[in-house]
Write a protein that binds this ligand. Structure first.
Ligand code: KE4
Length: 425
């Protein structure tokens, strides 16, 4: 019998490439048919076949409060009733800019855009415009959205120029992107010794969440800061995912490193399209129309999206919000480790803030190479066993998971009960 999810997926594939508007949603990494969701509330999702799931994707990070939080829905409804879009300045954009600058003090000025990709693409262009240099540095396994210069993987040796990791990216573009190994301080030092004066910027996920969760090793972020300062390169922390999740002020607050520019997204839109890039005033003043670096957007600072972001940040900065969600995430991870131990399964997990990583490996990976050693097939079996039991994990062994403030003992107990069975799958 064909389920509604299956018939919807078939129909979707007729008119949308692979039936989805973003590749990971097609379930190609894990196989099977993705659920088509119809509504969500708190920590729970409801699919087209009427099945409920505890949600650990949270729209890939934005839903830190849980779904359809009444104060966010109300703010969106009120804003929408006033106007859907002006394409002109509004007071609410000032309020969101002021909130971001208050919560992330390294950000002295900020420009709102409509996605994380727009934020990182603009930050890269700004760093190049500010320094007059072309070379950019990123790290294998870190994802910064799909701008051409960031869809690049390591060349043969990690110190060589990058190669496109997508068709359609000209080799000449990729050649300006150098790709190093995340957490490899020696490579950073060597590269800057050789090419420091040519480097416009280093962009890094200060806590990597796009190759599964990989934490920075002691000294790694410090080495980026020191080398960028010494050679006049711009240090960009891509906190699209880690912002307001790893800590209220992002990974930069947790690790005490001050980047020159920060990119944000996800949580600052509360589920609606908002991204942002910001940082040192002298750099941000190079952005048009103040300066020579062009950047623009029809829906940048959209009043309805900004209303969702403002309502979300107001709740996220409430006292005990971070400590409570961190405790829930820790209880999930500890519970899963215990269930795997009882099932005698090679498994480990870790969390930071409200992000977590699950690995079918003996110890948490500290590099892209170690992530690649995780047992992907084992994860995929676990993923489907959990999905059958009403737990929606990220459909890839190479993604981080997210807990919301709406997750509580009921959700964690249901998840651990499902895991007890799923570890045997
Ligand atoms: P968007 O353009 O998707 O809003 O943001 C791109 C981006 C930039 N920087 C970081 C650190 C990110 O994690 C992302 C997007 N994250 C993925 C999750 N792995 C979005 C999910 C998807 O691509 O569908």
């Amino acid at each position: 019998m064909t389920t509604r999810n299956e018939s919807l997926f078939e129909r979707a594939r007729e008119r949308i490439p692979a039936g989805v508007n973003s590749p990971v949603r097609a379930f190609r990494a894990v196989g099977g048919t993705p659920p088509f969701f119809e509504r969500a509330s708190g920590a729970w999702l409801l699919d087209a076949d009427g099945k409920r799931y505890v949600d650990y994707v949270g729209s890939w990070g934005p839903m830190v409060l849980g779904h359809t939080h009444p104060q966010v829905v109300e703010a969106v409804q009120a804003a929408a009733a006033m106007a859907l879009s002006f394409g002109a300045p509004t007071e609410s954009e000032i309020e969101l800019a002021e909130a971001i600058c208050r919560l992330v003090p390294s950000v002295e000025m900020v420009r709102l855009v409509s996605s994380g990709t727009e934020a990182t693409m603009s930050a890269i262009r700004l760093a190049r415009g500010h320094t007059g240099r072309s070379l950019i540095v990123k790290f294998e396994g870190c994802y910064h959205g799909h701008a051409d210069s960031l869809l690049v993987k390591a060349g043969s040796g990690a110190l060589t120029f990058g190669h496109p990791s997508s068709a359609g990216v000209p080799p000449e573009t990729a050649a300006h992107t150098l790709v190093l190994d995340f957490n490899d301080i020696a490579q950073v030092e060597t590269l800057f010794k050789e090419k420091g004066h040519q480097i416009a910027c280093v962009i890094v996920e200060p806590v990597a969440g796009n190759m599964n969760l990989v934490l920075p090793k002691a000294g790694f972020l410090e080495s980026l800061r020191e080398n960028c300062s010494r050679h006049g390169a711009v240090l960009i922390f891509d906190e699209v995912m880690t912002g307001f999740r790893v800590a209220l002020g992002g990974a930069q607050a947790r690790y005490g490193i001050k980047p020159d520019l920060t990119t944000l997204g996800k949580v600052i839109g509360g589920g609606l399209p908002v991204g942002a890039f910001g940082g040192k005033r002298d750099i941000m003043e190079k952005i048009a129309p103040l300066g020579p670096v062009y950047q623009a957007g029809t829906l940048s600072g959209n009043p309805v999206a900004v209303a969702a972001g403002l309502a979300t940040l107001k709740l996220v900065e409430e006292k005990d919000f971070q400590s409570k969600i961190e405790k829930t995430t820790r209880s999930l991870v500890d519970g899963l480790i215990e269930e795997a131990r009882k099932a005698k399964t090679v498994f480990c997990a870790q969390s930071i803030g409200s992000m977590f990583g699950l690995y079918f490996r003996a110890a948490p990976p500290t590099s892209f190479a170690e992530v690649m050693q995780c047992d992907k097939d084992r994860f995929n079996r676990f993923f489907h066993a959990m999905l059958e039991r009403g737990v929606y994990l990220a459909p890839s062994a190479y993604e981080a998971g997210f807990v919301s403030a709406a997750h509580g003992p009921t959700e964690i107990d249901a998840t651990l009960a499902a895991a007890r069975e799923a570890f045997k799958a």
